[in-house]
Write a protein that binds this ligand. Structure first.
Ligand code: FES
Ligand code: FES
Length: 165
């Protein structure tokens, strides 16, 4: 039996307690203990971004983070983006621009876009491309993804400018 340790953390906005095996990745615990299967195990080596989650607002590869290190932190998965009123603005933009690809890359791309949005910076096309370069898809040209991400970032920048006027 692997040794476990109790942790408490906030998971998708809810105070959460878990017994996690020492050495288990956050990705394994999210998927196997909490049935949060949006984050995917693809490379398992921090190379593809399929497992991207936000921890204390910072995007991380859940496959590389020990679950015990979630203790006291705020963890957000793709499932936590959806609010009472439905999909959030990034999810809606991906749907609107036809950027929803396969189930492996899309959750990570959405989470990374969410992170870029939370950074509050106005990003040009090149910066946006750099911001998403850790999320790998070998099947498509990223065009729709970049369009969706640019649209939601522009929209947010416009709203911020209006509020500050
Ligand atoms: S599965 Fe975590 S980065 Fe690829
Ligand atoms: S990895 Fe998802 S469409 Fe290519």
């Amino acid at each position: 039996m692997p040794k476990t340790i109790e942790i408490t953390f906030t998971l998708n906005g809810r105070p959460t307690r878990a017994e996690v095996p020492i050495g288990a990745s956050t990705l394994t615990v999210l998927r196997e203990q909490f049935d949060l299967t949006g984050s995917k195990l693809a490379c398992g080596e921090g190379e593809c971004g399929a497992c991207t989650i936000l921890v204390d607002g910072v995007s991380l590869n859940a496959c590389l983070m020990f679950a015990v290190d979630c203790d006291g932190r705020e963890v957000l998965t793709v499932e936590g983006l959806r609010g009472a009123e439905g999909p959030n603005r990034v999810q809606r933009a991906f749907a609107e621009f036809g950027a929803v690809q396969c189930g492996y890359c899309t959750p990570g791309l959405i989470m990374q876009t969410e992170y870029l949005l939370a950074c509050g910076e106005v990003l040009d096309g090149a910066a946006l491309r750099r911001g998403l370069e850790g999320n790998i898809c070998r099947c498509t040209g990223y065009v729709k993804v970049l369009e969706a991400a640019a649209a939601v970032l522009d929209q947010t920048a416009d709203e911020t400018a209006e509020v500050n006027q």
